[in-house]
Design a protein. Structure first.
Length: 429
């Protein structure tokens, strides 16, 4: 019987196998046919401490029997209050920069970004109503970015196969060239020139672009980007949906540049990957611009499940793990293990451009059809599945982003399969 399920980012016409996972623990996925897979990409970058982490699972179970769901418009509950306070305490800080002070909940990375954009535009709209600033509406983005699949998030992402069908729905943005090695100053000069025209905001994935190909740029460039925005009064938005929760080696990537954004989007690992939740953090001026005795000036955004109590309980447990356990030590150990094994792989002629940031590793497979639609990608996915791995290449780019609990033997298995893939596919035209 054909399944009625329509899977995301899946071309059903190719009839590729779709394994059924029945159980997960740590870094392992257990399949209905009795097999296992090592989850090398944290199930789309969300699982941090490991699947079915006991503290988080217990918190979900407790909360499910106390309060499951509550309208969050003018109501609140303890888990949401606890997580908001924890997020503010953990958020990036830097001397001389306003602190992130308010938390708005949503349910995914895309919606966290949509909220960030609406906050930024609402800020300038309300200041203009009060005669305190000129209205600003233009958004600046970084080349090759990806921020999600809702309309606003697609509009500020790279244009191409991801969103070609919906071009009529997308709004215009200003694109700043990616600061590739040797092109850093060109990027900064372009941002300086664009900011002179008084845009509303500039949004970036800090330090590494995810779906755009795991492209890495240095912390000093991120720091100067934020400084340029401050000089011109342009809001600086950090999309930490993927980079947050330790992926880059620090809790948030912005910490490595000493940057406090005006608005910051977080999701994915906020619950340890157990259940959907997202949040958008903003400084006091962003919040204050929406505060008024005029009811028409409120922030018009919500979803039915905003700040779901069960999801917030999971997030509270995740924050407790970060406070009470040596998570950064685990991350550093994992990063060292990846670096050691990656070094052995870099001499293989099938691979090029090895790169790593924290627990994120990427390497490009030398292929005649590079890019997201490379014919190599489905063959690699099938090969890795046969070798007991969940890896999902971005075209000809193979990347690794495992849960922090992955052990040395599992890393050895992953890198042995990468080497084997190089042997199998490297000589093919």
């Amino acid at each position: 019987m054909t399944s009625p399920v329509w899977h995301p980012f899946t071309q059903h016409g190719l009839n590729e196998p779709i394994p059924e996972v029945v159980r997960a623990q740590g870094a392992l996925l257990h399949l209905a046919d009795g097999g296992t897979l090592i989850d090398g990409i944290a199930s789309w970058w969300v699982t941090t401490h490991g699947h079915c982490e006991p503290r988080i699972a217990a918190a979900i179970a407790r909360q499910a029997s106390q309060l499951d769901q509550l309208i969050f418009a003018a109501y609140t509950h303890a888990p949401a209050e606890e997580v908001a306070s924890g997020l503010i305490d953990m958020a990036p800080r830097a001397e001389g920069q306003p602190e992130l002070a308010h938390v708005f909940y949503s349910d995914s990375g895309s919606t966290a970004v949509e909220v960030a954009l609406k906050m930024a535009l609402g800020y300038w709209h309300n200041l203009a109503l009060d005669g305190l600033a000129d209205a600003r509406s233009r958004i600046l983005v970084l080349e090759h970015s990806y921020h999600g699949d809702t309309i606003g998030a697609m509009s500020i992402g790279e244009r191409g196969v991801y969103n070609a069908a919906w071009t009529p729905l997308l709004f215009d943005v200003g694109t700043i060239p990616f600061p590739a090695t040797g092109q850093e100053q060109a990027c900064l000069d372009a941002l300086e020139a664009a900011c002179a025209d008084k845009p509303a905001a500039f949004i970036v994935e800090p330090l590494i672009l995810g779906a755009g190909g795991m492209l890495i740029y240095p912390a000093p460039v991120l720091r100067e980007m934020a400084a340029i925005c401050r000089r011109h009064g342009v809001l600086f938005i950090a999309d930490e949906v993927m980079t947050g929760w330790g992926r880059t080696g620090t809790l948030f990537a912005c910490e490595q540049a000493g940057v406090v954004p005006d608005i910051m989007a977080v999701a994915k690992g906020i619950t340890g990957g157990a259940i959907p939740l997202a949040a958008t953090l903003a400084t006091a001026p962003i919040f204050d611009a929406h505060v008024s005795t005029d009811r028409a000036r409120l922030f018009y955004h919500s979803s039915s499940y905003t700040a779901n109590a069960i999801a917030c309980a999971a997030a509270a447990a995740n924050l407790a793990i970060w406070r009470e356990e040596d998570v950064l030590v685990r991350i550093a150990t994992l990063a060292d293990g990846i670096a050691m094994r990656l070094a052995r792989l870099t001499t293989h002629p099938a691979f090029a451009n090895p790169r790593q940031l924290g627990t994120i590793m990427a390497i490009d497979f030398v292929a005649p059809d590079a890019g997201y639609l490379s014919d190599l990608a489905p063959r690699l996915r099938s090969f890795f599945l046969e070798h007991g791995l969940l890896l999902r290449p971005l075209g000809n780019t193979i990347y690794l982003m495992p849960p922090y609990c992955v052990d040395a033997d599992q890393l050895d298995t992953i890198f042995a399969a990468l080497h084997a893939a190089g042997e199998k596919f490297g000589a093919q035209p």
